[in-house]
Design a protein around this ligand. Structure first.
Ligand SMILES: *Cc1c(COP(=O)(O)O)cnc(C)c1O
Length: 406
């Protein structure tokens, strides 16, 4: 069964389960090709013996942004391995299409450029967002102008040149949740982009709640093993065409090996999410009952991320973990912990962090596939270290002007 990337989403009720789709989507043609594993195509260029014909195909792409029919031409235009990942992700998110990029930030950049190219440079965004997304908007680096708004303030913030409303739920790093149905309604005709990196389509499909576009840092749960950087936007075919044109012009393409690894990652995504979420929920319960912890953030939706504020020194927790890796990023099979005020959200001004509810005592943990008792033993020891540490200021001093910390 060959499913083109522009196939409409399956009608509700007719779909196979997401767990089944995760294993099979993007691989529909393999049996006919006599293959089991998807082929990895590393070509940068392809033979084009009919240059008149190629001219017509390239004209069509320039005019429409429609995925090239027939053989590929050049790897910045399209790649068959990456296209498999795009088809699979679109199926999981229930969108017509998906367009993959070199990273989550390259994906967000393409969305902002596409809206800007349509003359719609104003963005309304709900805080908190991932630190670099916040920075990209706040800095105006791409010529966009941002109005920060709480979800209920969105209608008042919309202008005739508003091209996008942007929200994350659960949000990085506080795991704050936004009611997507209500937010989508408040956006009116303006497309809502939801960063679904934390929930993944296993827990939440924003398209079903009125979002026009769904963004992932595929680096996180979609890849799932901490060894591939990527980003993707799942959306309608019309928006996908604009994004493909931007991708071709600006070059933020996903490497085919990354496309291969991301397709492989999708196959285990539902199993990983369920296992990691159940461990995270148990850890959140234990943290909530622990006197060394002042506050626990765990989404009602569930998920494998836990954030918590400690009574003692958060830096001592980071320094004392032995099994858990003290590192930024998330979504891997191993557990990671980091201090958003120092690392993931360092690029956000201190007062904006506070306004977004990001306390200097907040720690963000991405729970992996380890045994819950082993994880708890490590965390328990680290919390003991934080309680006895001579507590200095919770956050390091201000960074030098212009410092960029991912
Ligand atoms: C990591 C992250 C991003 C950025 O993705 P990269 O792949 O690192 O460019 C965007 N949004 C969220 C929620 C993230 O966690």
């Amino acid at each position: 069964m060959d499913i083109p990337s522009s196939a409409p989403p399956r009608p509700p009720g007719a779909a196979r389960s997401l767990t089944t789709e995760a294993v099979h989507a993007g691989r529909e043609d393999l049996t006919a090709l006599g293959l089991h594993a998807p082929p990895l195509d590393l070509s940068t260029t392809y033979p084009s013996p009919d240059s008149r014909g190629e001219a017509a195909r390239l004209d069509a792409f320039a005019a429409t942004g429609e995925q090239l029919a027939g053989p590929p031409v050049y790897a910045r235009l399209d790649n068959p391995t990456t296209a498999r990942f795009e088809r699979a992700l679109a199926r999981l998110e229930g969108t017509e299409s998906a367009v993959a990029f070199a990273s989550g930030m390259a994906a967000l950049t393409a969305v902002l450029l596409a809206r800007g190219a349509a003359g719609l440079r104003h963005v309304v965004a709900v805080r908190p967002l991932y630190g670099c997304s916040d920075h990209l908007l706040e800095s105006g680096l791409l010529g966009t102008e941002v109005t920060w708004a709480a979800p209920e303030e969105v209608p008042a913030a919309l202008r005739p040149d508003t091209g996008l409303v942007l929200a994350e739920t659960p949000a990085n790093p506080t795991l704050a949740e936004t009611d997507l149905d209500a937010l989508a309604e408040r956006c009116g005709d303006v497309p809502l982009l939801v960063d679904n990196t934390f929930a993944t389509p296993v827990l939440q499909r924003p398209r079903e709640h009125g979002a026009a576009m769904v963004l992932h840092s595929a680096t996180k749960y979609l890849g799932g093993h901490g060894d591939v950087l990527g980003g993707v936007v799942a959306c309608g075919e019309e928006q996908a065409r604009a994004l493909r044109q931007i991708r071709f012009a600006t070059g933020g393409v996903l490497h085919p090996l990354a496309g291969y690894l991301l397709l492989r990652g999708l196959a285990t995504l539902p199993v990983r999410m369920r296992a990691q979420s159940s461990t995270a929920a148990e850890i959140a319960r234990r943290l909530a009952a622990d006197p060394r912890v002042s506050r626990v953030h765990y989404p009602r939706l569930g998920g494998a991320m836990v954030a918590f504020e400690v009574e003692g020194d958060p830096h001592a927790v980071i320094g004392a973990v032995r099994l858990i890796t003290p590192a930024v990023s998330l979504g891997s099979v191993d557990t990671l912990i980091q201090h958003p005020g120092s690392i993931s959200h360092r690029i956000v001004a201190a007062e904006d962090r506070r306004a977004g509810g990001i306390s200097d005592r907040l720690l963000r943990m991405s729970v992996g596939l380890e045994d819950v008792e082993d994880l708890w033993r490590d965390l328990d020891g680290a919390l003991a270290a934080s309680a006895t540490a001579v507590s200095g200021p919770a956050a390091a001093s201000a960074p030098p002007a212009g410092a960029l910390v991912p």
